[in-house]
Design a binder for this molecule. Structure first.
Ligand SMILES: *[C@@H]1O[C@H](CO)[C@@H](O)[C@H](O)[C@H]1NC(C)=O
Ligand SMILES: *[C@@H]1O[C@H](CO)[C@@H](O)[C@H](O)[C@H]1NC(C)=O
Ligand SMILES: *[C@@H]1O[C@H](CO)[C@@H](O)[C@H](O)[C@H]1NC(C)=O
Ligand SMILES: *[C@@H]1O[C@H](CO)[C@@H](O)[C@H](O)[C@H]1NC(C)=O
Ligand SMILES: *[C@@H]1O[C@H](CO)[C@@H](O)[C@H](O)[C@H]1NC(C)=O
Length: 328
């Protein structure tokens, strides 16, 4: 999720056109049933059922028996909104779901477009279904005096027992991270929060971070560019796209394929607009028993339309290249 469209500088147009090499991408795999999503989070329950969560509707829930669908709407995570007393608490953005010792943890954001008055909260459930969630309220908050915007949460296991990393951020100082631990169903974050990615250009359009561990590397996937409102469209290349940096450590430092630090504008493009696909972002990575590693995201279909309500669920199987970088 992101603030309203903001002006951009001509320099960045030049910069983007220089770093974006021309390449082709596979079209998304199929999706049938109800395919609306924004900032999706995907998890497979132990009985095999897939759950897909989305921004808005107090975190909408969809279920399916295969990634390709049919996807059915199945209520909301917090049908009455969040207990966090901030504007936006009846909307809720950018879910991220993890399984930890018998419970599912769903992190969400409370904010309004363009505002830094935000919070990341979390809820727990044994089953993922509507009616099973307990809201635990705020974990990270931000306001005009914080260097970041507390939205777009993501968690990944750390290397030590019971350690994990919470990553978040959008615009302003972009992507931040803190170490966290779980005590019962309560989550405690450390005070060592630090910036792990930053886009120095323009309005610092960067958000939706997702860290995925594979083969000794931690891959930091990020949504870069203008999100959400494409009427009028920004200049070509300024809309959402997905980039990646990686590190041998979950806490970074993260660099892209060319060795450029993710805190200095680095990021190798994994997926950008192509054919019918416009402005892919809000991504995550999921290991599927049948398909392998899957990159999932929302995108707009140029043929259908680019209104927010027309955001579609997309997914592609990742082919890791010989150097261990993701290709779709
Ligand atoms: C979704 O709905 C279809 C059609 O009613 C049904 O066949 C399918 O089992 C449903 N899937 C889930 C996961 O409930
Ligand atoms: C939502 O609010 C209604 C009316 O106050 C209440 O009956 C219901 O139990 C609440 N649902 C949840 C999940 O808290
Ligand atoms: C993360 O760690 C928890 C606790 O040990 C475990 O339950 C969970 O399966 C781990 N998740 C992944 C993706 O490895
Ligand atoms: C702003 O957010 C910080 C970090 O959460 C908090 O310590 C501070 O009290 C907040 N300031 C205001 C004025 O709310
Ligand atoms: C876009 O929508 C058209 C019309 O529904 C459809 O034929 C096409 O397959 C879609 N493309 C993608 C990438 O979703």
């Amino acid at each position: 999720m992101a603030p309203w469209p903001l002006p951009f500088a001509g320099l960045a147009v030049l910069f983007l056109s220089l770093v974006q090499t021309v390449r082709s991408y596979s079209d998304p795999e199929g999706c049938s049933g109800d395919c609306f999503t924004h900032d999706p989070s995907l998890v497979q329950r132990h009985d095999g059922t897939y759950f897909r969560f989305s921004t808005l509707d107090r975190i909408g829930i969809w279920t399916a028996e295969d990634l390709s669908g049919p996807w059915n709407r199945s209520g909301s995570v917090l049908p009455n909104g969040s207990v966090i007393d901030l504007p936006g608490n009846k909307e809720l953005w950018a879910p991220d779901v993890s399984y930890y010792r018998g419970a599912y943890y769903l992190f969400y954001a409370v904010s309004t477009p363009g505002s830094q008055t935000s919070a990341i909260g979390y809820a727990t459930s044994p089953t993922l279904e509507e009616g099973s969630w307990t809201d635990h309220g705020a974990l990270i908050t931000s306001n005009a005096s914080t260097p970041y915007n507390a939205i777009d949460p993501n968690v990944v296991n750390g290397t030590a027992a019971d350690e994990f990393f919470l990553t978040w951020g959008s615009y302003w100082g972009d992507i931040y991270q803190a170490r966290a631990t779980v005590d019962g169903s309560r989550i405690l974050t450390s005070a060592d929060e630090r910036q792990i990615a930053y886009n120095p250009a323009d309005q610092h359009q960067m958000e939706g971070a997702f860290v995925y561990r594979r083969d000794g590397w931690y891959y930091l996937f990020i949504s870069v560019g203008d999100c959400c409102h494409y009427d009028p469209r920004p200049p070509s290349g300024h809309e959402y796209r997905i980039t990646v940096c990686r590190s041998p450590s979950p806490g970074g430092p993260f660099v892209d394929r060319a060795g450029v630090s993710c805190t200095e504008g680095g990021g190798t493009t994994v997926l950008a607009s192509h054919g019918d696909v416009y402005a892919p972002g809000g991504q995550g990575v999921f290991h599927d028993g049948a398909y392998g590693d899957v990159l999932y995201y929302h995108y707009l279909n140029n043929t259908i339309g680019v209104d927010y309500s027309q955001s579609q669920f997309g997914w592609n199987v990742i082919a890791w290249d010989e150097d261990g970088w993701p290709v779709v």
